[in-house]
Design a protein around this ligand. Sequence first.
Ligand code: A2P
Length: 336
Amino acid sequence: RRFHVAVVGATGAVGETMLSILAERDFPIASLSLLASSRSAGGEIDYRGEKIKVQDLADFDPKGVDIALFSAGGSVSKEYGPKFAAAGAVVIDNSSAFRYDDDVPLVVSEVNPDALKNRPRGIIANPNCSTMQMLVALAPLHRQYGITRINVATYQSVSGGGRSALEELGKQTGQLLSFQQIDPQRFPVQIAFNLIPHIDDFLENGFTKEEMKLVWETKKILGDDSILVNPTAVRVPVFYGHSEAVTIETRDKVTVAAARELLSRSPGVEVVDKHEAGGYPTPVTHASGNDAVYVGRIREDLSHPNGLNLWIVSDNIRKGAALNAVQLAELVAAEG
Ligand code: A2P
């Protein structure tokens, strides 16, 4: 069977990658509707050698769409997601609009694929990029050793902020290298040659929403409210690929050798952990443009008997967003 697929936000950083991943993985498409705002409606996008016109989401009739991949921001998802679902589509939503609703499954394809079968609203939520890559690596350890606590600091690339954020890093870098003034717009302060410990809005508890996504989503996806998560989320001047310095505490002791062995046979994970120059994953050398979640720098915590350190790197636009969304679409397609 072939499916009528709609991509909402097709002109964006994630939407564009969704299209290339649908093509790469030969997703069974009967027809493809590409949707964006009126700003880019009328333009054309190439899909497997065929030019497809971008349509204005506001005038689009979702009748007949089987699977809709949304990545156009939370407010667009809130307004149009339920309309597509009411018209009969399965909505796979990359925004945070529905992630914390009890009747919307939040699914990482390698971790909790069965959860997507229970979707009373016809909506499946795609997790936040940082949670996604962290759990691809940690879920196998959790199942075997019981993770009780996670300390995580993220090093998140600008592509997570969409096309305008990619452009701002490029522009500021050029301006600073030619001794010009910069004018931060997309980020609150200079991002080129800098680090910003602030992603998404500040909440009342002093954490940012990006940080709390790691807390809320980890509990929901692993189905375990007792896991303690202590996050710090930082934006770094990298174009593609998020990195995470993670320390876990486990009920049962995990040795480095056991962690390596388990992770090297876990789906979606690649262990890159040689104790030599370049023997560890980085956004540029490993993650960018690739599908895997890369894990390196595996060490026992010097300060805790049941602690383990890991360095987890992945392409936030691929596994962190577009790839997982397409993998969820494949699971839906396999239902028949
Ligand atoms: P557009 O090209 O018309 O602005 P990014 O995350 O890279 O910034 O991309 C956001 C995506 O969401 C783009 O495809 C953008 O389309 C789309 N988008 C933003 N706002 C709307 C809207 N109100 N209706 C439909 N699509 C939207």
